[in-house]
Design a protein. Sequence first.
Length: 420
Amino acid sequence: MRRLLTLVMLASLLLAACQGGGTAAPTAAPAKPAATTAPAAASPAAAASPAAAASPAAAASPAAAAASPAAVSASPASPASASPAASPAAAAAAAAPAAAKPVAAMDPGACTPANANKPRPTGKARLVIGTGGTGGVFFPYGGGLARIITAKLPNAEMTAEVTGGSVDNMKLIHAGEADVGMSTADSAYDAIMGTGAYKDTGKIQACTIANLYVSFIHVVALDGVGINTVEDMKGKRISVGSAGSSTEGAADRILEAAGLDPRKDITRDALSVAESVSAMKDRKIDAFFWIGGLPTAAVTDLVTTPNLKVKFIKADQYIPKLTEQYGPQYASFLLPRATYAGLDADVPGIGIGNILFVNASMNQDQVGDLLKTIFDNLTEVQQIHPEARSLKLETAATGSSIPYHPGAIKFFQEKGVWRP
């Protein structure tokens, strides 16, 4: 009997050894972040990875990018050519969020059930959502969400707050002065890492509750000032976005990718998109950067200004350098010519995702109630702004640059769209 047991044990060991020579079994070790998550130090190979390939649906192909001019002009057009019916539809289709792997395997960081322990309000829940400036997309989108949640979620009232955008929203959540916020993916990643605009704040315990849509990084120059590429901005007066904003961070990164020192090689103005447009109308700046959904109201106003001609500067050529340094958060994105009046061609550029987020401490059930209200009223939500048409259960549950809140994971699991 003892000999028989020994033979059985030897057979088991041999079987295990054979299996070990094949595909390794899953382990409990932390997995790599999902496709849209920027590693702390991404290698150049990331640019060619599936993550980089998971770009927005309207991503420009290499052939299209190579054939495109460095700058695409936009002249004031007649009201008929600036038809809002055609523009938003084309823009919304182009800006659909990228198909990417879910982030369930990402290290959850602060986004754990143990941290989601903030007691729910005993009376009426008075919530604040941090949005953005009045000329962008965050402001109307967040305002629309606040209106719907106030009307549809029992015993709750949500107020939309005008802010400087992503960075302000992260800091408001961190300070407990807002409950929900909107952020670009790159700024959100910087926030949880405590880098970039968050060096003084330190790591922020933010968690995604929904992936929203993809923004276009607008690079706009006055016609006739000699700017056809970002490199041409040397010595010019440039607005890089509001101080500390995600636009400013992206502008600095693009300028560096073009070989310029963003602090020394340009005359620097830190203006919001509305202020940038006003300054360009007065010819006080030569160009500006802006991260925004399509169409952005302030830019629409700019391109329909009489006797003013502007150019949209091609920027997708800087993506490999951005990816090498910051990971696959930036993707090729084609701005459709129908988006803004007067464009004579599509513009190859850079896209960046946007998320809806909360503090890690928010109660799981409260997160579930917010998401239920949004998706139970999705048709109404999608009427807020053309970019809101991109919101769907399947895309909301994947593609975030930071971990999802456990209450959001539970909600998406119950809806059958969470794919760990």
